[in-house]
Every structure is written in structure tokens, then in C-alpha cells.
Write a protein that binds this ligand. Structure first.
Ligand code: HEM
Length: 299
């Protein structure tokens, strides 16, 4: 390829003066790693609220998680626009790798902080909670229908009225902060909804016919769902809805204790029950499991 000729042509087609761009090249500084990756910005984002050294680990690891989730969502955003089996095989595998990373690295939390330090600096964080991580909820809305995120006991009422706004009032995470008798919500939950509910509703509408569960059904109907792709979907489901919740719950046990000595969580939920996958029963692709598997989900 004659690059000089091609570049000249490019600027001519844009109606631009090629020479000005050449002069710009002459003066431009060379690109560096630190500018491109924004290293200084990235490393300036850890701002502990106490002098306990391990709070830095807590913040840093949450940020790592948010970045990895962002990478996974980047793949999901492309998948909701695709019907190509090969693209699905490649990208679901990528997402599963990201989830592996989150699951295996959770030891950074479970074993990597001093117990006493954690239980002191966390007191300054109330009412904030990882519960307020919107990317976890966005991830779910790319993967499945909103009704799958509503506990089974509440689903009946939506058979004739599948209005998504109404479903959000019963979505599983309400159980962490809503009193269903009075309708009163905890501060952790209301602040979260104030900031993100509108975007969550928008995303649920946008993805209602294109989320991954819809794609699974589409591939099944067309007889195109290969065994290997089916296994990838099942793996994603288990990693996100069982394996990660379990390593996270074990960590809560490590720091907040169990039974009589159980400590209140910063978000205020009945966390021992709330966080367990066998109670939550979040399942993205129910059509891929036997009755037996469904009955014992998360046990
Ligand atoms: C020492 C480490 C951690 C402990 C003790 C802990 C504890 C808890 C507890 C007790 C809850 C229940 C909500 C509440 O009442 O606050 C919760 C929720 C949550 N946490 Fe953590 N957490 C830890 C680290 C993390 C990390 C690193 C992340 C990653 C962003 C995270 C993400 C979440 C999410 C997404 C929820 C909501 C789960 C759901 O709705 O099923 N947590 N956490």
C-alpha cells in the first residue's frame, strides 16, 4: 500500500488541507504509555476516609471489580445486537473469563485485609454498600428478562400486567431494604434508586427483546444452539449467580461473623439470608436446566 498516496486521498476526500495535517504531525508529542492508559488519573482515585492502611485495599479492589464488570458489560452490549453463533461463542467465553477473575481474586478481600482494621474503617461507610453497585444490576439486565429477577412468589401478578416499572418494585434487591408491609425503604436503597432507577428501567425496556435469555430462546427455536454454546451460557449463569455470590458471602462471614455475633451490614440488610444464592434463586436462563437442577439451585 502506498500510504502517502492513501493519506493524501483521505484528507482530500474530507476537504482538508493535507499539508496542515503533516505540519501537525511534525509538532505533535509522541504518545506515551502513561497518557494513553491515564495511569496518573487511575492511581489518584483511591481516597481513604480513615488512616487504616487496609482501607486502601478495600477501595482499590472495589475499583478493580467495577473495571472488570465494565469489560464484561462491553461484551454484553455487543451481544444484544448480534445473532451470530460464533460471536456468541467468543464473547460469552470472554465474559466467563472476566467472572473467573472476579471469583478467584476475591481472596484479596477474604484474606487480604486485617479484621480489626476492616471493622473500624467500615463504620465510616454507613449507609454505603456494594449493594449500590449499579453495574451488577446492569449486567443482569443484559443477561435476562426482568421477571427472572423478581422472586418466584411475586411473579403471578405480572402475568396479565408485565409492566416493567411495576416489576422493579418487587425485584429481588428490594428485599435488602424494603419493608413490604409498609413500603418504607432504607436510606441505602432509596439513595440507590434515586440515582439509578431511571437508567435501570430504560435498560430493561431497551433489552426486553434482545437480552441474552431472548437470544438463547431464539437460537433454540432456530435449532442453532450448539452444545458448547449452551454450556457457555450455563457457566455464565452459575458463575454470576452462584459462584461469585458464594465467595462474597464467605467474605461477609469472615468479617461480619455468624449467628449470635453477626454484625450489622453497612447497607443494613439481613445479609446472611439475603446474600445466599439458594434464597435469591437468580437464574438467567431457566430453559437450560432440568427440573432437578432448578429445584436445587445454589445449594
Ligand atoms: C470485606 C468485603 C465485603 C463485605 C464484608 C461485604 C458485605 C456485604 C453485605 C453484608 C452486603 C448486603 C447488603 C448490605 O446490607 O450492605 C453486600 C452486598 C453487596 N456487595 Fe459486598 N461486601 C464486601 C465486598 C464487596 C466487593 C469487593 C464488592 C464488589 C463490588 C461487593 C459488591 C456487593 C454487591 C453487588 C452487593 C449486592 C448483592 C446482591 O444484591 O445480591 N462487595 N456486601
Amino acid at each position: 500500500m502506498d500510504w502517502q498516496k492513501e493519506i493524501k486521498k483521505k484528507y482530500q476526500n474530507l476537504g482538508q488541507d493535507f499539508n496542515t495535517y503533516l505540519a501537525g504531525l511534525y509538532y505533535a508529542k509522541p504518545i506515551t504509555y502513561w497518557d494513553y492508559i491515564e495511569v496518573d488519573t487511575l492511581l489518584s482515585l483511591q481516597k481513604p476516609r480513615t488512616d487504616f492502611p487496609d482501607e486502601f485495599i478495600f477501595i482499590g479492589y472495589h475499583q478493580v471489580t467495577e473495571l472488570v464488570l465494565r469489560l464484561a458489560i462491553h461484551e454484553l452490549q455487543q451481544l444484544v445486537c448480534s445473532e451470530d453463533i460464533e460471536v456468541f461463542e467468543i464473547k460469552i467465553l470472554r465474559i466467563n473469563r472476566y467472572l473467573d477473575l472476579l471469583i478467584s481474586s476475591f481472596t484479596v478481600m477474604n484474606q487480604g485485609m486485617d479484621y480489626e482494621q476492616y471493622n473500624q474503617f467500615r463504620l465510616t461507610l454507613t449507609p454505603a454498600s456494594g449493594f449500590q453497585s449499579a453495574q451488577f444490576r446492569f449486567f443482569e439486565l443484559y443477561c435476562t428478562d426482568l421477571i427472572q429477577l423478581v422472586p418466584e412468589k411475586f411473579r403471578e401478578q405480572f402475568v396479565d400486567n408485565p409492566k416493567l416499572e411495576d416489576m422493579f418494585e418487587y425485584v429481588y434487591w428490594q428485599a435488602a431494604g424494603k419493608d413490604f408491609q409498609t413500603g418504607k425503604k432504607s436510606l441505602t436503597l432509596s439513595l440507590f434508586e434515586e440515582k439509578y432507577l431511571k437508567s435501570l428501567i430504560d435498560l430493561a425496556y431497551r433489552n426486553q427483546f434482545s437480552n441474552l435469555r431472548q437470544k438463547v430462546k431464539f437460537f433454540q427455536k432456530k435449532g442453532k444452539l450448539t452444545e458448547s454454546l449452551e454450556e457457555l451460557f450455563r457457566t455464565l449463569d452459575r458463575k454470576f449467580n452462584i459462584d461469585w455470590p458464594m465467595v462474597h458471602l464467605q467474605t461477609a462471614h469472615t468479617y461480619l461473623g455468624t449467628g449470635q455475633s453477626e454484625k450489622a451490614a453497612t447497607g443494613g440488610s439481613q445479609w446472611e439470608k439475603y446474600l445466599h444464592p439458594k434464597y435469591q434463586r437468580r437464574i438467567f436462563f431457566p430453559e437450560l436446566y432440568s427440573q432437578q437442577e432448578l429445584a436445587h439451585w445454589g445449594e
